[in-house]
Ligand binder design. Structure first.
Ligand SMILES: Cc1cc2nc3c(=O)[nH]c(=O)nc-3n(C[C@H](O)[C@H](O)[C@H](O)COP(=O)(O)OP(=O)(O)OC[C@H]3O[C@@H](n4cnc5c(N)ncnc54)[C@H](O)[C@@H]3O)c2cc1C
Length: 468
């Protein structure tokens, strides 16, 4: 069927992309690199005002580290069009007709609808932020931070706010980064968190270190609490956030309680959806069972190489790689995305937070027995000025000593040290093999035994001691 359609267009195939950000436009750009406009027509639909932007930079834009919105735009629609990608902004795809190989799109401003046929389709619809279903959630002064429009609205709200009290709902990495941004703007910040510790991607003992540091920064942490409603003043703007047993005054509220894969279209089209709500693909990022449809980024589930399970890990680092793989395959080449080991870094002010691999509860869930060690070390040689404490937690498989996961909390140099562990996990190394890694050393950069190696030595000793 696809050849017949290409035949209708004089042999030129048409690639249609739904979603104009990281995954979608990486795919379109890579396909264009491999195949010129004479062979492949590329049509991309984006319902928003922006394409190819960095949501990752929003906390730093709001916090004033990054000068302006435009710095977060990697490539404008005009730049895409100059490369023969027909990017149609403010155009929402409302239906995928898999049998006929076409999508229906609606101009968001005029409401006009039309069908576009495809030979190859890329679904890169991203994620939908979770919005609490409670009174006042839509009140002026309550903001998400998913898009550049959200960032602009938040900055406008901060400029208009009557006072300087902010409540952040959620203590995952976005909540934590937004807490920093608001502190930098001079706000008194309260973080309301459903769990006991922030950063549930860490084990609780490591999350506790983040909690302590956030409290030390003057952030009020409200733990184990659920927001029940947003209270508004006479002018209709937010004035407080209510939890089960308290009210927290707020001139502005930022929501950072996670995202769901945006798979409404895919579901309606009967495409395969996994247990976490994301599209299921093979290693070439092809939607399972569909030769000419690919999907990537925040709308898919990914294989966790450590646990062997599919998970939902919505990160820009994966979206860009997925796009590259999809574009290569849709452009007639061959590439695969093997999976992830679960590496993520973030920070709150000068505290760096990093994780990769399995937490204790992940290891238990998949039936892996493990040894866990935690070491306290320093970022530089102890005698070198500016050395700061660093805590490294490491999990190794019982008996075999295979590295299972690492979490690091510290200051300068803590976050990117986790990349050592990400490589070791990918290579399937044991903690004993890690102890002899030839890592760089000089006093301004690390102690002679890098904190990760100190943890690997301690883990090795524990694996040996418990091996019988
Ligand atoms: C505040 C914040 C900070 C972040 N920080 C980091 C970080 O530090 N590191 C990291 O790795 N990741 C980070 N991320 C996550 C990262 O931004 C996402 O993983 C990445 O943007 C996913 O790219 P995507 O292309 O899959 O989806 P998206 O960026 O969500 O893009 C999907 C696009 O599809 C469009 N779309 C959806 N449905 C339709 C439709 N039916 N028709 C037309 N268009 C449609 C949407 O408008 C959207 O523009 C952060 C995210 C946020 C919000």
């Amino acid at each position: 069927m696809s050849r017949a359609r290409a035949g209708d267009r004089g042999g030129r195939e048409r690639l249609v992309v739904i979603g104009g950000d990281a995954a979608g436009m990486s795919a379109a750009s890579q396909a264009r690199r491999l195949r010129g406009p004479d062979e492949l027509e590329i049509v991309a639909f984006e319902r928003g005002h922006f394409a190819s932007f960095s949501a990752c930079g929003i906390p730093y834009w709001v916090g004033g580290d990054v000068a302006g919105r435009d710095g977060l735009i990697a490539r404008t629609p005009e730049e895409h069009r100059a490369r023969d990608i027909d990017l149609r902004m403010r155009t929402e795809v409302t239906e995928i007709d898999v049998a006929a190989g076409r999508v229906r799109a609606r101009d968001v401003d005029s409401g006009a609808e039309s069908w576009t046929s495809y030979d190859k389709l890329v679904i890169a619809t991203g994620a939908r932020p979770i919005r609490p279903d409670m009174p006042g959630a839509d009140a002026p002064g309550v903001h998400g931070v998913q898009t550049l429009d959200d960032g602009e609205a938040l900055l406008g709200s901060l400029a208009r706010a009557r006072g300087s009290r902010a409540v952040v709902v959620g203590a995952g990495y976005i909540g934590v980064e937004m807490a920093e941004a608001l502190i930098k703007r001079g706000y008194e910040v309260t973080v309301v968190n459903r769990g006991k510790e922030p950063m549930s991607t860490l084990d609780p003992d490591m999350g506790r270190l983040v909690h302590r540091a956030m409290t030390g920064l003057g952030i009020t942490m409200v733990d184990d609490a659920e927001v029940t409603k947003v209270l508004t003043g006479d002018d209709g703007r937010v004035r407080a956030v209510a939890t089960e047993d308290a009210e927290h005054p707020a001139d502005v509220v930022v929501l950072g309680i996670g995202v769901h894969p945006e798979t409404t279209l895919a579901r309606a089209a009967g495409l395969p959806i996994g247990p976490h709500g994301g599209l299921l693909t093979d290693r070439a990022m092809r939607v399972r069972g569909h030769e000419n449809i690919w999907a990537g980024g925040d709308c898919v589930e990914v294989l966790d190489l450590v646990s062997g399970l599919y998970r939902y890990v919505p990160l820009g680092t994966h979206a860009n790689k997925h796009g590259q793989v999809i574009g290569t395959n849709a452009g007639g080449g061959y590439a695969t995305f093997p999976g992830v080991v679960g590496t993520a870094v973030s920070k709150v002010c000068d505290l760096e937070i990093a994780r990769t691999g399995l937490r204790e509860k992940d290891a238990r869930r998949v039936g892996l027995r493990y040894e866990a060690v935690t070491v306290e070390s320093t970022s530089r040689a102890g005698y070198y000025p500016g050395a700061s404490p660093m805590t490294v937690k490491m999990l190794a498989e019982h008996r075999t000593g295979r590295l299972l996961g690492v979490q690091i909390v510290g200051r300068e140099g803590a976050a990117k040290r986790v990349d050592i562990a990400a490589v070791a996990l990918t290579a399937g190394m044991t903690v004993e093999q890690m102890t002899s890694l030839d890592l760089g050393y000089a006093p301004p950069f690390s102690p002679v035994w890098d904190p990760v190696l100190v943890a690997a030595r301690k883990a090795t000793a524990k694996v040996r001691a418990t091996a019988t």
